[in-house]
Write a protein that binds this ligand. Structure first.
Ligand SMILES: Cc1cc2nc3c(=O)[nH]c(=O)nc-3n(C[C@H](O)[C@H](O)[C@H](O)COP(=O)(O)O)c2cc1C
Length: 256
């Protein structure tokens, strides 16, 4: 195949350049939001779109193991916040020295400030015991619900909504707060709402907790652990990672 033919094949199913840019903008400027929520209500039309995006996630054997608990009640949010507070105090004690102090200063949830909570769950028995694709690796259903989370997160970013994933709970306490049966696994409690601004970088990166890893160090060739700097892909990865950050910076500047 010559270069022109290769280009033609690529273009048949590709989105327009503008549509592609929009997808990447959502991906690179998505943030985990904790502290910038506004009380502005989220219209049902918008909520419906992001939930539908979640429902169109891939799932093992097309199980669609998710449910979505939409939390609007202040009293329920308070119960969830109480459950967070218990686990958060326990979590702080798991870190040593300076890390413990830094951990205590991190804002890790926006449960009460965000107008909406959405708990995404996984019903591991939804389509019976034998599921196409889950016959050997049993956790695939859990990963399917995680795909729903990511779909919702990206759609929300495109809608101008912030999302913050809160996972610092004892699982049973979260289940109790939301009346979720024991056989249903809570996957994510998401704080959702409009925001004053998005940051260009993860808050944990800015706080000096951890840096973003260089992608080229994470890519192996043919065998686990095998790097190959001679591959042309490596140069592309370096450039694309730098561009990804520029896209996030630009989105931040535009939102100010
Ligand atoms: C499975 C999962 C659980 C998470 N739990 C929490 C959490 O409990 N509290 C929090 O503030 N952020 C939580 N986060 C958000 C991460 O801290 C965040 O995604 C990461 O720091 C990168 O930042 P970014 O999402 O803004 O790119 C979670 C993210 C994932 C994927």
């Amino acid at each position: 195949m010559n270069t022109a033919q290769t280009q033609a094949t690529q273009d048949i199913h590709a989105f327009t350049e503008q549509a592609r840019d929009a997808i990447y903008q959502a991906i690179f400027s998505r943030r985990d939001v904790r502290g910038q929520f506004l009380p502005t209500p989220v219209p049902d039309s918008v909520l419906s779109r992001i939930l539908t995006a979640a429902h169109y996630a891939p799932s093992v054997g097309f199980m669609q193991p998710w449910n979505f608990v939409v939390v609007q009640s202040g009293a329920v949010k308070q119960r969830i916040h109480d459950a967070f507070a218990v686990a958060h105090a326990e979590a702080a004690d798991m870190f040593e020295g300076d890390k413990r102090n830094t951990y205590r200063q991190l804002k890790l949830e926006g449960i009460l400030e965000s107008p909406l909570g959405i708990c995404i769950t996984c019903d591991r028995e939804r389509t019976g015991p034998v599921v196409v694709g889950r016959t050997h690796m049993k956790t695939m259903d859990l990963y399917s619900s995680v795909c729903a989370v990511q779909n919702l997160w990206l759609a929300a970013r495109a809608e101008g909504l912030g999302v913050g994933w809160v996972s610092i709970f004892n699982q049973s306490a979260l289940q109790q707060a939301l009346g979720i049966p024991k056989r249903i696994t809570p996957i994510a409690y998401l704080c959702v709402g409009y925001v004053s601004h998005f940051y260009a970088k993860p808050e944990l990166e800015t706080a000096g907790w951890l840096p973003r890893l260089p992608i080229e160090e994470l890519v192996y060739f043919d065998q686990w652990g095998q790097h190959d700097d001679r591959q042309a892909l490596i140069g592309h990865l370096r450039r694309d990672q730098a561009e990804a950050q520029e896209t996030a910076n630009l989105a931040l500047m535009q939102s100010r």
